[in-house]
Design a protein. Structure first.
Lengths: 215, 215
DNA sequence: CTTCACCTTGACCATACGGTCAGGAAACGA
DNA sequence: TCGTTTCCTGACCGTATGGTCAAGGTGAAG
């Protein structure tokens, strides 16, 4: 566990804000703790401490640990889907896939905890979000495969397997969040700088877009 | 937890074999349980049940849960390093990187649990194998970067950033193990067939090798 | 001010977990 | 056969954890 830093939590006056603000602080703390310790290793006490609340107060807002975890995972899934829109309304793979890589790399940098929670959830067999995988994710995947296939048919890129292209996009971009600690260690223990993130994005886009013959 | 299948454990007669056989069964069970539940979610009782031994017997061979976990992670790291030799004594990127992708994809198929344990360990900040990252892995990485740079200088591939190429190789190949459940779900719930694994390997190699201008 | 719904929290409980231990069984060497 | 080392295991222990509860505090509405 690296950071003991407490989540900032403003004391709101208005009644409506109390709930929203506390739920926000709890979810933010939970995302961090679940990411750093895993579901089994996370404790409600630790989340409570990081959110700056007594443990009993957590159970007032979230009945069980599973409830809290479910909310965290759902939140992340929504962010994933938002980024996915980069894919749409693009004339070709250079713009569409390029924007998608940009968006996903940005998420890896700004939401590393969320990415790890998602990875952990999937690695453990997706006990909580299995239905999302079978519905929303599958539909989204099928749709993007159709788009890629269209680009191939239009001669805008080489005839690669669209499904494995998607896997490569997910793997490569999320790697910078999920394995961020390893990358930081190999970067002499220092987090990637702005310039290094730019270099990472450029490298990924360059290799992928050339790999599919889009440039 | 998907599989309750007990690890096969032969009852050996000879004294020497008892230790080896039991340690093997425990490590095999532990790898599976740690992968499916994470370190925090795994219990010694569950590992004992899967190994077909009383819990107290586990503590006879491995003093603590951390000890057992450490052994599991080390075992995986050795497998990683063995595969790395594919990189060496290759005349160029097509052979070297091609063989490396083959080897790592094979490991993702044959040792999915190990890959997940490794991923989980790194995601949690590598509390156990931090020193490996800073020594063995860093040295190996630097060496391969030098090899890739030589290939670039010799005009055998485009001048990509060798470090980000390595990250892409790791990410893409390990994705098929770590996110195997997601891939299986998107494959109508069925594990990838032999033919589909061949297709995956070919796709990855094709996109990567073209992406770096080696073919 | 009164009322009431909502929020807060220290104390508490049952359970499950990692780990211990003593005593017995089994393998080995002489 | 006997002694010694290694292996086996049921019973047990202290602790930490998820969750509960009852009593008290606090903001808003009339």
């Amino acid at each position: 566990m690296s950071g003991d830093a407490q989540i900032s939590r403003l004391k709101p006056g208005r009644r409506t804000d109390i709930r929203r603000e506390n739920e926000r602080a709890i979810l933010e703390a939970a995302e961090k703790v679940f990411a750093e310790a895993g579901f089994g290793g996370a404790t409600m006490q630790l989340i409570a401490d990081m959110a700056g609340l007594p443990k009993a107060n957590l159970h007032y807002y979230f009945a069980t640990k599973e409830d809290l975890y479910r909310k965290v995972v759902q939140q992340i899934f929504e962010i994933w889907l938002d980024a996915a829109s980069s894919f749409d309304d693009a004339p070709g793979p250079v713009e569409g896939i390029g924007a998608y890589i940009d968006a996903k790399m940005d998420i890896s940098r700004t939401h590393p905890h969320g990415s790890k929670v998602w990875a952990s959830e999937v690695m453990h067999g997706a006990p909580v979000i299995q239905d999302y995988l079978e519905t929303t994710l599958r539909d989204w995947t099928d749709g993007r495969i159709a788009v890629i296939q269209r680009w191939i048919d239009e001669g805008k890129m080489r005839p690669v397997n669209p499904r494995h292209l998607l896997y490569m996009l997910w793997a490569t971009t999320q790697h910078y969040a999920d394995f961020g600690h390893q990358i930081q260690t190999l970067n002499n223990g220092k987090p990637l700088s702005d310039k290094q993130w730019q270099e990472a994005k450029a490298s990924v886009k360059d290799m992928v877009l050339r790999g599919i013959g889009a440039i």
